[in-house]
Design a protein around this ligand. Sequence first.
Ligand code: UD1
Ligand code: CA
Length: 452
Amino acid sequence: MTTNAPCAVILAAGKSTRMKSRLPKALHPIAGRPMLGHVLSTVEALGGARPVLVVGPGMDDVSGYARGLVPGLTIAVQEKQLGTGDAVRAAAPHIGEKQDVVLLVFGDTPLVRRETLADMARRCEEGSDIVVLGFEAADPTGYGRLVLDGNEVVRIVEHKDATDEERKNRLCFGGPMAVRTAHLPGLLAMLTNDNAQGEFYMTDMVAHGRAAGLACGAVFCPEADIQGVNSRADLAAAEASMQQRLRAAAMAGGVTLLDPATTYLSFDTMFGQDVTVGQNVVFGPGCSIADGVTIKAFSHLEGARIDEGAEIGPFARIRPGSEIGRKARIGNFVETKKAKIEDGAKVNHLSYIGDARVGAGANIGAGTITCNYDGYNKFFTDIGAGAFVGSNSSLVAPVRIGDGAYLGSGSVVTKDVAANALAVARAKQVEKPGWAAAFHAKHKDKKKVSGE
Ligand code: UD1
Ligand code: CA
């Protein structure tokens, strides 16, 4: 028997009414990435033929997203949503005959693991004609139930078609199904829609296959690897499972999470070793955190690169395009955006640094604001190495502060400052000796009005 990677078909044409959303279900994110993205990258990792994605008419946002992720992906349009079996029919003309096995996967089961699908494909190639993925559900409501005879799967009965007795069975069908390519056209031709939902069920291929003498087996996985997303509550449950998986992987890679249940990761969060993450920290997509970084409690990071030994937070907001250099320090209530904070620089308190460079070793005082936006355009602020920006300064971009320059506190800087110069841009202090005493004397007979 030849071994070649399966041809994967991903079904995503369903109407997803239970989500009550204008956004197609496949594009709802889990860990910062559309559900479909998780499924596509999992089947991509199997290698082999280009996958086929089944979408409904007008689902251009879904096909556009998928094409962006997997160039050369084949899109099949299912004209009417007549059920999962009908969706497979829509894909059938695009399935390469060179592949021995077709792997049918749902776009709404984002947690499925590559190893599980590979195992199913192997089992299908080596023995069974059909291999389905089963799991034991804590609450099986809504899922198709697997009817077994020893190791063989006899049929799958959909929840809505099941008797009360059958509904007690907690062994469910997870969605993925591997089928020998040669058998697929015959099995699809046998599907009918005389069932509770009036749909063509892909799951009926098992009973038809059995009747035709085919061998139907099952592979099993934990529920957390295959739970389906039909509603917002399911979405939250799948997110929780994905977060647990990502946290476990981070810790296995040498990251200390002080309270793992409150660390929120994205599918692509990258960590070096000996990173410490405090409580209630959120990593949006596109973060890469180098060795020895400390991220303190209540920080929010997104699209950022944090270099070795830097310290972030508590309560820091690191927005896209931020690059925080080695041993740099970003403290509480500091927001950075498109900002390069070079090695050893410090922005310790209450600042906004956007569209800017802060040179190595510079010190940015509390309350410093880069005024980067005039309502139409964004402008750049360049702060040289070793510069010292006094507290409560506003840097009105475009502006350049030279290396080693010093800015007096409370300055509103609108012009460039030369290297190593001192600039003070604030009203001069005026002092009138005895003024206050004279003022009080003048008013001594008047009653003070309270609260004014
Ligand atoms: C399906 C299975 C059920 C299984 C469960 C696992 C069938 C009949 N039922 O039920 O046995 O336990 O998944 O999560 O297969 N889709 C199309 N075109 C359609 C209908 C659906 O492309 O006409 C796609 C959907 O976009 C979705 C997938 O197929 O990605 C599954 O459809 P859905 O309606 O969610 O099926 P379930 O009721 O969850
Ligand atoms: Ca579903």
